[in-house]
Write a protein that binds this ligand. Sequence first.
Ligand code: NAP
Length: 294
Amino acid sequence: MKKIGFVGLGVMGKPMAKNLMKAGYALCVWNRTKSKMDELTTSGAISANSPREVAEKSDIVITMVTDSQDVEEVILGKSGIIEGAKLGSMVIDMSTISPQVTQHIAEKLSHKEIKMLDAPVSGGEVGAIQATLSIMVGGPKEVYDECLPIFNALGKKVTYMGGSGMGQATKLCNQVICGINIQAVCEGLMLGSKLGIDMEKLLEVVTAGAAGSWMLSNLGPKMVKRDFEPGFRVVHQQKDLRLALSAAAELKLPLPSTALAQQMLRSVEAEGMGEKGTSAAIVAIEKLARTGTR
Ligand code: NAP
């Protein structure tokens, strides 16, 4: 079995790394905040001192960090993966970042004969823990075929979307749909609350009908309980809406509801809740309505 390196053990990265170990892969890990490696090393992973060292000890390196510049730093930076990766080895970036930056990184890696896939995911922390993620992959098809067993250990739906950047392009569409859907859940719950409907019953009945969605099932109960723990942070959703809106701007494509969703979340950030989970989106509509949802 190939030796896998894993860089970035946050909300998503840690459970994904654990699932790779469960599937039998030998793992070498690195995280900027060192304490986050402890759980993995206790379970048998080896740790490294830099992304470069991870690459030296691995055949395939997975990155799961935050934004475009973070992926650039851990792959192309001074102690980055590019400095340690072997000829013919592979990098799989599973963070959500810009398709253009992805293509730029893939190009730089190709000069050193290192292959790259972009493979962002959807399904949240729960999907990462349960290995039920939906994974959308861009890059050379033969590299995708070779990495498929790895993806199958992390998700239940793995889809090849085309050349470099096409996984990230797909993820931006996913985030537009999610971002607007979050606002729809907020507005439905707010109306229910003002109409005096029992909120638990409201959730139960609408989840079972045509209004059902991942956001309603996963964030609806949290909104009602005012559980704003991440999960997926507001700042990360804003990053993704920014990426989607800037891709649309290049295409001169109007995405009015996406822009509104971004502005609503901006007011959540203004409340100092950017590091909270996206269930905190309810706060924006509460502020507008000058009322709570209970
Ligand atoms: P997170 O909990 O904030 O974890 C981010 C990880 O990246 C941390 O390990 C962090 O290190 C590391 N990191 C960030 N910038 C870095 C840099 N410049 N150099 C080195 N390490 C860096 O985020 P997450 O929720 O796991 O999300 C990770 C990615 O998956 C994001 O692109 C996000 O948009 C995407 N995603 C998230 C979800 C979700 O539900 N959470 C779902 C789908 C996709 P430290 O520990 O030192 O901070």
